[in-house]
Write a protein that binds this ligand. Structure first.
Ligand code: FMN
Ligand code: SF4
Length: 681
């Protein structure tokens, strides 16, 4: 059946037929091993290919030269050993008629000198990049010769691997470092006029074309407006795009607006939850209109309706839905099968990207299968064993995930929830209006449970007998936790929890001290609410920098609010005690560094965030009655086999607990528990 959905129309890029209009733009998930895209990397892209995507742009900035050390697990495309790995990856996507390209680059100043081979970092001019903090040397003529040659041989490796094309990364890296007046202060033939500033790019293009010929697809992901004082203006950026389009050397433009040299500016290029949807789509459309050239673009086009609009209105030829596919690699298949409503939404949490900047690998806050395709399936298979009665206690993110997975396995699932609504701590987090999109994590699961016929009983405080009355084969305790206090020498009863603030059960007072030694969104969310309510706020943290559990992109909107509202931030300082004096509270502060150092703050309210203590009464009461005594074989959980050891022959059911009912963790941990236990029942 042919569809008239604009998104599903094929696109002819030179000799290459892309079967629809949806792509994943380049992003380094940091799944590489020794700079090579091995099994994990391949399975990750193959899943998107299975899901119906037309084009996956692999790697994030695969590095062409040794003196461009990986900033976050980038692939080593300067190394011949990459060819067979790329070939295997390409084959596994081609099997599903998904085309595969790769982004290659020299990172320039956007990396560190104290990594890999400890070679100096370089750039057009010695201007430091704030995000990576390296002071680059000025690139010399012998560097230019060598790096141009490196681009060419890297492109040849990609071609030899059977990839369908390459794109150059030209925003925030070496190539556009020559373009921008912010980073190019040269007075030689590589500086000054636009012709001069494009000279390095021309040299690379000529060398690459000489190496790979005319047939191989070569594109460029380029900044067409730095939107930054004294940076590349829109006029100059569009002119660069025009020149590249008419050069006959590139086959597509992939448009970026903004700079990436600080976390704050990066969020304008890659907006996070609460920021505008598709902020640069119209601009990308303007570039397409000005160049009449194949135009690709991605920036928070998270939903199918916006993507469809981008194509239908002729703003783009190919629409990037990158994080959307991290959240759900099967978007296109669902669109084709009329199951658009089943798409797991990208809620913009940007846990994925923040993790790579913190040295981790990209993981989706609410799809624990992404990046774990070898062990966790995106499509849950039906159980081959008997249908079981499964009782899940708690309808937070973890409980709902466990219920969803168990129901997909074909079991009969009942969820018992103490409150009148599902969502637990995720719902609490959405009381910060800026983060209300996170409710998609809950709503998607509730819709799936509905589809799967799972009953959710609200306002049901489950005691042992309530659970036993359902004669379960499996009991999953997902009761979460309750806020706990930091250890104080006195004044436990005088402090307010961050939950009370988030839930609105306690209003922020006029003058507030918030002490956060948990270091994640919980404390920051409460701080943002307090600051926005007009209170005077001092945020106190014992850490070297506040909220260390949260990544750089998520940091941005909080700090914006703190600056705008005049919040005082005090680090390296512990809350020791709280006492009442008159109608005020006195917070006594101490230092881990200077014994005996004390300071005091007189405030109206002290708010504390110290994570949660598990709500485990139900679990403990069911333990003696269970077959496995609540035990889990971790070795088998990780490596395969029956994960519930038989410890009690008299026991009537298998019991386990997940998420914060075990210990204070985060949304991803609860959801990962939900699915990895869920697929084993
Ligand atoms: C984990 C992750 C890593 C990324 N790394 C790169 C990269 O190396 N090169 C690049 O051009 N863009 C990179 N991006 C940006 C994406 O290509 C894309 O522009 C961005 O996610 C916005 O599109 P989206 O809203 O559809 O996700 C990365 C994004 C993510 C989520
Ligand atoms: S972590 Fe958040 S932003 Fe990243 S893919 Fe998942 S839902 Fe989207």
């Amino acid at each position: 059946m042919t569809s008239n959905d604009p998104l599903l129309q094929p696109y002819q890029l030179k000799h290459l037929t892309l079967k629809n209009r949806v792509m994943s733009t380049s992003h380094e998930p940091a799944y590489s091993e020794d700079g090579m895209p091995k099994e994990r990397y391949r399975l990750y892209h193959a899943e998107k290919a299975k899901g119906g995507m037309a084009l996956t742009m692999t790697a994030g900035s695969a590095i062409v030269s040794r003196d461009s050390p990986a900033a976050f697990g980038n692939l080593h495309v300067y190394d011949d050993r990459i060819v067979p790995w790329l070939a295997e990856l390409a084959d596994s996507c081609h099997e599903h008629d998904c085309k595969v390209m790769i982004q290659i680059t020299h990172l320039g100043r956007r990396t560190g000198w104290n990594k890999a081979d400890w070679l100096p970092v370089l750039s057009a001019s010695p201007v430091r990049e704030p995000a990576h903090r390296a002071f680059p040397k000025t690139i010399e003529e012998w560097d230019i010769e060598r790096i141009v040659a490196d681009y060419a041989s890297a492109a040849q490796r990609c071609q030899a691997a059977g990839l369908d094309g390459i794109e150059f990364e030209s925003y925030g890296h070496l190539m556009d470092g020559f373009w921008s007046p912010l980073t190019n202060h040269r007075d030689d033939e590589f500086g000054g006029s636009l012709d001069n500033r494009l000279r390095f790019t021309d040299m690379v293009l000529d060398a690459v074309r000489a190496a790979v010929g005319d047939k191989f697809i070569v594109g460029i992901r380029m900044v067409a407006d730095e939107d930054f004082e004294n940076g590349i203006s829109k006029e100059v950026g569009v002119e660069i795009a025009r020149r590249l389009a008419s050069s006959g050397k590139v086959d597509f433009l992939n448009i970026i607006r903004g700079t990436i040299e600080t976390d704050a500016s990066l969020t304008k290029v890659i907006p996070v939850t609460g920021m505008r949807s598709s902020p640069h789509l119209d601009f990308a459309g303007e570039v397409r209109a000005a160049t009449k050239f194949p135009t690709f673009h991605a920036a928070r086009i998270s939903d199918v309706a916006t993507a469809r609009h981008a194509i239908a209105t002729g703003k783009l030829d190919m629409v990037g839905m990158t994080r959307a596919h991290i959240a759900d690699p099967h978007i296109i298949r669902k669109v084709m099968e009329g199951r658009e409503h089943e798409i797991r939404p990208c809620v913009g949490a940007t846990y994925c990207l923040d993790r790579i900047y913190e040295g981790g690998e990209a993981l989706c806050v609410h799809n624990a299968a992404t990046g774990r395709e070898a062990t966790i399936p995106h499509i849950i298979a039906k159980s081959e064993g008997p249908k079981k009665k499964v009782v899940v206690v708690g309808a937070g993110a973890g409980g709902l995930e466990a219920a969803r997975v168990a129901a997909e396995r074909g079991h009969q699932v009942t969820v018992l929830e103490a409150s009148s609504q599902a969502g637990g701590q995720v719902r609490l987090a959405t009381q910060n209006p800026r983060r209300k999109e996170l409710i998609g994590i809950i709503d998607w699961r509730l819709a799936e449970l509905d589809r799967l016929g799972v009953e959710v009983r609200y306002d049901t405080w489950a005691e042992k007998d309530d659970v036993l009355a359902l004669s379960p084969d499996v009991v999953i305790v997902a009761t979460g936790g309750m806020p706990q206090n930091s250890p104080l020498t006195e004044g436990d009863n005088l402090v307010t929890s961050s939950w009370d603030i988030m839930a609105g059960s306690v209003k922020p007072a006029e003058n507030v001290l918030l002490y956060d030694d948990n270091g994640g969104h919980q404390g920051m969310g409460a701080a943002e609410l307090i600051a926005n309510s007009g209170s005077r706020l001092e945020l106190v943290s014992p850490e070297r920098f506040f909220a260390p559990e949260m990544g750089g992109l998520n940091h941005v909107p909080y700090v914006r609010a703190f600056h705008e509202k005049g919040v005082i931030v005090t680090i390296n300082t512990r809350l020791r005690s709280v006492r009442r004096e008159g109608n005020q509270l006195v917070a006594e502060l101490a230092s881990d560094f200077a014994d005996g150092w004390r300071a005091e703050r007189r405030v109206d309210q002290v708010v504390v965030e110290h994570g949660t203590a598990p709500l485990d009464d139900l679990y403990l009461s069911l333990k003696p009655l269970s077959k496995n005594g609540g035990a889990v074989d971790y070795e088998r959980l990780v490596n395969g086999g029956d994960i519930f050891p038989a410890r009690n022959p008299e026991g009537g059911f298998v019991l386990f607990r997940i998420g914060d009912a075990v210990a204070s963790r985060n949304i991803h941990a609860a959801i990962y528990d939900g699915i990895r236990f869920g697929i084993r029942i």
